[in-house]
Design a binder for this molecule. Structure first.
Ligand SMILES: C[S@@+](CC[C@H](N)C(=O)[O-])C[C@H]1O[C@@H](n2cnc3c(N)ncnc32)[C@H](O)[C@@H]1O
Length: 203
C-alpha cells in the first residue's frame, strides 16, 4: 500500500478522536504559535495537518490565514465537516510535502508528527528544501517529532526519532533554535509518547 492509501485508510476507518496522535487542545502548538503573533499574521501552514483541531483554535484566536497540507484528502473531509458554518476557512492543499511547490511564503511553519516519517536522507532533504522556499527570514518554524526516547513506530510505520540537538543539526544553519520542550503525549489508548517540540527562527 502506498503512503497516500495508508493515510486515507486510517482516516476512513478510525474516528478523529481515537487515533494515537489525537489532541483535544492542540497544545503546546497553539501556545507556541500565539507567542509569535506578528509571524502568525503573515500566515500559518500546518504540514501533515490531518484532522488536527489546531486550525479550529487558530481561527478562534483570530488567525485567519491558515493553510493545511496533507497527503490524505480523507483527513480534510473531517476538518471541512467540523468547520461548516465558519465565515473564515483554511486553504487545503492535498500534496506530499516533499513534492510541494509553495506559491507563497508563510510566517509560521508548523509540523507535528509528519517530518518524523521521512526516514531517508533524500526525502528529508526534499522536505527541507520546501521548508526553505516557504519561509523568509524571521519566519517561525515549529517542529514536533517523537523524542529520542519516544516510540519507534507511529500508525504502524517506522519513524525517525530526534533530540532537539539532532533536529537542529539536520535542519541546518538557516534556522536558529529559539526554544525546545519535551512533553509526554497521552494517547486515547492510555499510553504516553515522548515528543520533542523545537521552535526555530529562519535567519
Ligand atoms: C501522526 S499524523 C499527525 C496529524 C496532525 N499533525 C496532528 O498532530 O494531529 C501524521 C500526518 O501526516 C500526514 N503525512 C505523512 N506523510 C506526509 C507527507 N509526506 N506529506 C504530507 N503529509 C504527510 C499524514 O497523512 C497524517 O495526517
Amino acid at each position: 500500500m502506498g503512503k497516500r492509501d495508508h493515510w486515507n485508510s486510517v482516516y476512513a476507518t478510525k474516528s478523529e478522536d481515537t487515533v494515537s496522535w489525537f489532541q483535544k487542545d492542540a497544545q503546546p502548538s497553539l501556545d507556541l504559535i500565539l507567542t509569535h503573533p506578528e509571524a502568525a499574521a503573515r500566515g500559518v501552514v500546518d504540514i501533515g495537518a490531518g484532522a488536527s483541531r489546531l486550525v479550529d483554535r487558530l481561527l478562534d484566536n483570530g488567525i485567519e490565514d491558515v493553510t493545511l497540507l496533507d497527503l490524505s484528502d480523507r483527513s480534510f473531509d473531517v476538518v471541512r465537516d467540523r468547520l461548516i458554518g465558519r465565515d473564515v476557512q483554511p486553504t487545503f492543499v492535498v500534496q506530499d510535502v516533499t513534492a510541494w511547490q509553495p506559491a507563497r511564503t508563510f510566517g509560521v511553519w508548523h509540523d507535528r508528527a509528519a517530518f518524523h516519517f521521512l526516514s531517508d536522507r533524500a526525502s528529508q532533504d526534499a522536505y527541507l528544501s520546501v521548508l526553505k522556499s516557504a519561509t523568509a527570514p524571521g519566519a517561525i518554524v515549529i517542529m514536533a517529532t517523537f523524542a529520542d526516547d519516544g516510540p519507534e513506530r507511529c500508525s504502524a510505520l517506522p519513524v525517525r526519532r530526534y533530540s532537539s540537538e539532532e533536529l537542529s543539526t539536520r535542519i541546518g544553519p538557516s534556522f536558529r533554535l529559539l526554544e525546545t520542550r519535551k512533553i509526554g503525549h497521552q494517547t486515547p489508548g492510555g499510553t504516553t509518547q515522548r515528543f520533542q517540540y523545537s521552535v526555530f527562527e529562519a535567519v
